[in-house]
Design a protein around this ligand. Structure first.
Ligand code: ATP
Ligand SMILES: O=C(O)[C@@H](O)C(=O)CO
Length: 420
């Protein structure tokens, strides 16, 4: 029976969360989509949805179905994981999904805390910073699907919910667990259903986690999960685990697929280009998924080698993304590239790739779905928030390693160091 039942709105976010829990001593399995059969055994089960940018009603329905599966398995506490940059539009999907889960779990109140200080996401007075910049000046204002143009999360979540949104301010969080609990009671009694929780350091996240030990639902980024395993240990439910993140050895060819257009991913492609064969597809010049996949298949024919990875990217800077979106519409542009990347990933695995890095949450979603991966066991981290995972898709039943890299995560040499 899982102690913690998690619902993640994208696949890279789910691995990020799973990785945090493994680091804190929980075993974790990521399940792809709402499971039809029984859930795998683990201290934490993370159901990974691709619900960040789908229509609100579908996101709510899928999240509730995931919640039912976790309830049926006996999960004791629930976590709704969204992006540390709060990726969403004014319509949702964070607010509506959080409201629906809160209602189903009869939770009354939940905190909302996307902070992830290790990766530079901090929240002060309800404002989200990415590194030294406000969210709306961090590059996220140009995100292809969820441009973030307001850093004030109390306002952003307020636009997405009917329940009123308050703030758990720095001054309270800094004073620790007791002060947080008292403030939550005050917020709840004052009619708030959500509060953005300020957090600048891991110590703040640990204090928030401890203070929320008896909350039915917690919402946030992976950081907010840091303090939760200790709650279960303290209450005697979580035994000490040796190495919660041990994975089988896997050899085989190595490749990277990138569909993220984030600054970090563009930088990582720039570094990889100087060291390993790198194909940069031009979706604007060839707005045709099948043709893009064909180009990649022809290219890879004599590039795959046991000595080093290859990189295939559709990623483009904001002006080129915008141009393709103007031509096709935002969703169609994203879907076209995702379709091409999924097809390319399939071809890579067919050609013997068994260690595959995928950059971008939506991109990872389409790749993992195309490969027919049903669950991922979480292993060691390459960089904060990005672990290697082990899967046994139908096309590689002997097992393969996948690393699903959140767009903005990873050091500049990530596409090289992942394989070292
Ligand atoms: N050249 C391009 N033109 C237009 N859209 C593109 C292009 N390249 C990729 N895309 C689309 O941009 C979107 C990028 O989203 P994705 O979630 O994969 O990356 P991300 O948002 O940077 O990562 P994360 O969600 O992990 O933060 C995808 O839908 C992808 O298909
Ligand atoms: O929280 C993050 O930034 C990531 O786990 C993510 O969700 C990226 O898609």
């Amino acid at each position: 029976m899982p102690l913690l039942g998690c619902i993640a709105d994208d696949f890279t976010g789910a691995t990020d969360l799973a990785s945090t829990l493994v680091r804190q001593g929980m075993s974790a399995v990521q399940v792809i989509g709402v499971p039809e059969g029984p859930l795998p055994e683990a201290d934490a089960v993370i159901i990974a949805l691709k619900s960040r940018t789908i229509p609100v009603a579908e996101a709510v329905a899928q999240s509730l179905a995931a919640c039912e599966a976790l309830l049926a398995a006996g999960a004791k506490q629930f976590l709704f994981k969204y992006c540390s940059t709060f990726d969403s539009t004014d319509e949702g999907n964070i607010g509506p999904v959080a409201e629906a889960l809160l209602k189903r779990l009869d939770g009354g109140f939940a905190i909302a805390c996307p902070a992830f200080p290790t990766n530079g996401r901090t929240i002060y007075q309800g404002h989200l910073f990415v590194g030294g910049a406000l969210l709306n000046e961090s590059g996220m204002e140009n995100h292809p699907l969820t441009p973030m143009r307001d850093a004030n999360l109390v306002r952003v979540l307020g636009r997405q919910t009917e329940g009123s949104v308050g703030l758990l301010p720095f001054g309270v969080v800094e004073r620790g667990t007791g002060a947080i609990r008292a403030e939550v009671t005050r917020l709840r009694e004052g009619g708030r259903r959500f509060a953005i929780a300020d957090a600048i350091t891991d110590a703040h996240l640990m204090a928030l986690g401890e203070a929320c030990a008896n909350h039915a639902l917690i919402t946030g980024g992976s950081g907010i999960a840091m303090g939760l395993p200790e709650n279960f240990r303290r209450s005697g439910l979580l035994p000490a685990r040796g190495d919660a993140g041990a994975l089988p050895e896997v050899g085989g060819l190595a490749a990277v697929i990138a569909g993220s257009c984030s600054r970090a991913t563009l930088g990582q492609i720039g570094v990889a280009r100087d060291h390993v064969p790198t194909l940069e597809l031009d979706a604007l010049a060839t707005p045709d998924a099948a043709a893009l996949a064909r180009q990649a298949k022809e290219w890879m024919a004599d590039k795959l080698s046991a000595d080093r990875p290859v990189v295939i990217a559709a990623s483009a800077p904001p002006d080129r993304v915008e141009a393709l979106q103007k031509k096709l519409g935002r969703d169609a542009a994203g879907a076209l590239v995702e379709e091409a990347m999924a097809e390319i990933a399939d071809a890579l695995v067919a050609a013997g790739v068994r260690r595959l890095v995928v950059a971008g949450g939506e991109t990872s979603g389409s790749v993992v779905q195309r490969l027919g991966v049903r669950s991922l066991r979480i292993g060691a981290e390459i960089d904060p928030g990005v672990p290697w995972t082990h899967a046994t898709p139908d096309s590689a039943p002997e097992g393969m390693l996948l690393a699903l890299k959140s767009g903005n995560f990873g050091a500049r040499d990530f596409f090289l160091k992942a394989f070292q």
